[in-house]
Design a protein around this ligand. Structure first.
Ligand code: MRU
Length: 371
């Protein structure tokens, strides 16, 4: 997508030194556009854990590049020593954030690909190619999600005789959460680019405010009409017919259709059900968990309580953090919740739209049917 007229992905190799991975450090957005260089696995792990990069697809792509960086410094002594070092680095990366399944998926994909090559030079080449493939595939799948999802918006627009389609989204499942396009935003960008009038209600998404900070920034840069709303407003808007459609992303969705996404998604899905608002979830196949049947088994990350007790903003040229809560009040910071499949109208994937149930998901992805 474009930033001030220039096309960016969220992660890439430095053009004049491909040993360096470059990312947009999202902690500074929307106030400052900062590019960070990553050259060690430890730096990659910190970038994921401390959310310089975030969002399921981008976490996966960063892990893919992280394994490429690991391969650059793995020992040349033997293939076994090389793979042992890589496995240790893979574990380090996988431990950074537990909920987004793309992380483990990307590490395992790299380990399998690199493990199949012989000799350190060939292994490094495979690590490079696989990192690029993971990133390219993520962008391509998101683009295709947009192509499938835009039909939903188009149908509502026709029903409304061209009046703006109001879409509510939670957190940031935009291009910043992936390599390009995003998932929840891809149909929105596609509709906007086709001249279909859309308007987006952007949940602020406490505690880290990915909606207010990131989704709003993205939509502004793309010229998509939107309003940022406090997290508790959605139900009110739905009761008054001011939301036509909800689209969110997901950090992990079971093959049975249960959806883990940013904390607060479940409450929005309940409100959507109560008000007859279609609730869609957009995801690439890398975000499916093909092993877990019950969404309540998905590990839920609990992050530092300071994200709840404090709030960040931009003041006099710098990002500052101020305290909101009494100093002696403890806080808890659950980062994700699970929306049960019965509340989900459908899943928008790179292969098309399906219902949120095992039958429908496996019909789109027959290669995951148990043998
Ligand atoms: O904690 P984050 O910012 O990495 O959470 C990810 C999210 O932004 C959302 O949960 C998103 O809707 C799914 S990831 C595309």
């Amino acid at each position: 997508m474009k930033v001030d007229g220039k096309h960016y992905r969220t992660i890439w190799l430095k053009p004049d030194d491909e040993r360096v991975v470059q990312i947009i450090d999202q902690r500074h957005l929307p106030h400052q556009f900062v590019i960070e260089d990553l050259t060690t696995v430890d730096q990659v792990a910190v970038a994921i854990k401390d959310m310089h990069v975030r969002g399921a697809g981008l976490i996966g792509a960063t892990a893919g590049f992280g394994m490429y960086i690991a391969a650059l410094s793995a020992p040349d002594t033997s293939d076994a020593a090389f793979m042992e070092a890589l496995a240790a680095d893979g574990e380090k990366l996988t431990a950074t954030r537990p909920t987004a399944v793309n992380l483990e998926w990307a590490v395992k994909r790299q380990l399998a690909a690199i493990g199949a090559a012989t000799g350190s030079a060939a292994k490094r080449e495979v690590a490079y190619q696989t990192a690029i493939a993971i990133a390219d595939e993520d962008a391509d799948f998101c683009r295709r999600i947009g192509e499938h999802g835009v039909a939903l918006i188009e149908a509502i627009s026709t029903r409304k005789h061209g009046a703006p389609v109001h879409i509510l989204t939670h957190c940031n499942a935009g291009w910043l959460a992936f390599v390009d396009y995003g998932t929840a935003t891809a149909p929105i960008y596609a509709a906007h680019d086709r001249g279909i009038p859309v308007h987006v209600w952007v949940d602020e998404t406490r505690p880290r405010n990915q909606g207010a900070r990131l989704t709003a920034w993205e939509l502004s840069h793309h010229g998509v009409p939107h309003d940022v709303i406090a997290d508790n407003v959605g139900g009110h808007l739905m009761q008054r017919g001011m939301v036509d459609l909800m689209i969110t992303g997901t950090d992990r969705t079971t093959y049975t259709g249960d959806v883990a996404n940013k904390i607060g998604t479940y409450l929005k899905a309940l409100a959507a059900k109560d008000n007859g608002v279609p609730f869609y979830v957009a995801l690439p196949s890398s975000t499916f968990d093909w092993e877990t049947r019950d969404g309540l088994q998905i590990p839920i990350e609990e992050r530092d309580a300071t994200e709840v007790t404090h709030i960040e903003g931009f003041h006099e040229g710098a990002i500052v953090s101020v305290r909101l809560t009494p100093t002696d009040s403890p806080a808890r910071n659950y980062a994700f919740d699970v929306t049960p499949r019965r509340l989900v109208t459908g899943l928008i994937t790179e292969r098309g739209i399906c219902e949120a149930n095992e039958e429908s998901v496996l019909a789109l992805y027959p290669e995951h049917r148990p043998a």
